[in-house]
Design a protein. Structure first.
Ligand SMILES: [Zn+2]
Length: 233
């Protein structure tokens, strides 16, 4: 995208209403996980029965849409439960560095191995408050009869509530990035703005402060992973 288009996109991002009395501007910290969901008015904490955790924070708009989708799923006999919602930089750094220590090979090989399913700190959509994981993080569960039925329901209905699956290997248009993650869903009306903002506000020099951060450029983390989603932005 050209710089002028980015500027235009950015101007439209500057102010957009969350509800009648709240206005929110996307900042770099919102994109790289340095914000504090538990203290910010634009976030809310999901509660039972929508999650089994005490720390499932999402943007209010996203939480409302998710609860509507979960209620609709319930009527059709499915239970949607959030396993992981917003994760900050520090949390993601913990996941990444644990995997980094266990991985083998050159730095690039280690990074590519971890990146099959886990993001580098500062590049995760889980930082944004728009994305979450539901029901099971095991690819094999989604191949069971129960998992397949739920996935079919999600593919048919999630869009109605604003959700899409950004890491979907079945779509040939997505040629790089993470493996197919049937559990990971994203609220398009906000996350597409976050993706645009990411490309405008975040640079490689911001992706730092963890073991193996030097490999961000060699694996082209922004081009292939942040932008390696379906549908293309
Ligand atoms: Zn996820």
């Amino acid at each position: 995208m050209t710089k002028s288009l980015f500027i235009l996109a950015f101007l439209t991002l500057e102010l957009f209403p969350l509800n009648s009395n709240e206005v929110w501007t996307i900042r770099k910290d919102d994109l790289i996980g340095l914000n504090k969901p538990e203290r910010e008015l634009t976030f809310t904490r999901l509660k039972s029965p929508y999650t089994g955790r005490e720390d499932s924070y999402l943007r209010k708009e996203v939480a409302n849409a998710f609860m509507e989708m979960a209620d609709a799923a319930n009527k059709d006999g499915f239970r949607l439960s959030v396993l992981s919602a917003t994760r900050n930089f520090k949390y993601q750094k913990g996941i990444w560095e644990r995997k980094w220590k266990a991985a083998k090979g050159t730095d690039t090989e280690k990074a590519l191995y971890i990146l099959q399913y886990s993001s580098m700190p500062g590049t995760s959509r889980h930082h944004w408050g728009t994305d979450f994981d539901i029901n099971s993080l095991e690819p094999s569960w989604w191949e069971t009869a129960e998992g397949k039925k739920l996935y079919t329901w999600l593919k048919a209905n999630a869009k109605r509530f604003g959700f899409f699956q950004p890491y979907d290997k079945e779509n040939n248009e997505r040629l790089s990035g993470y493996r197919d993650e049937k559990w990971h869903w994203s609220y398009f009306p906000l996350s597409n703005k976050m993706t645009l903002a990411y490309n405008f506000l975040v640079d490689y020099e911001d992706i730092t402060g963890f073991e193996g951060s030097e490999s961000a450029t060699t694996v082209q983390i922004i081009e292939k992973y942040v932008n390696g989603i379906f549908p293309a932005q």
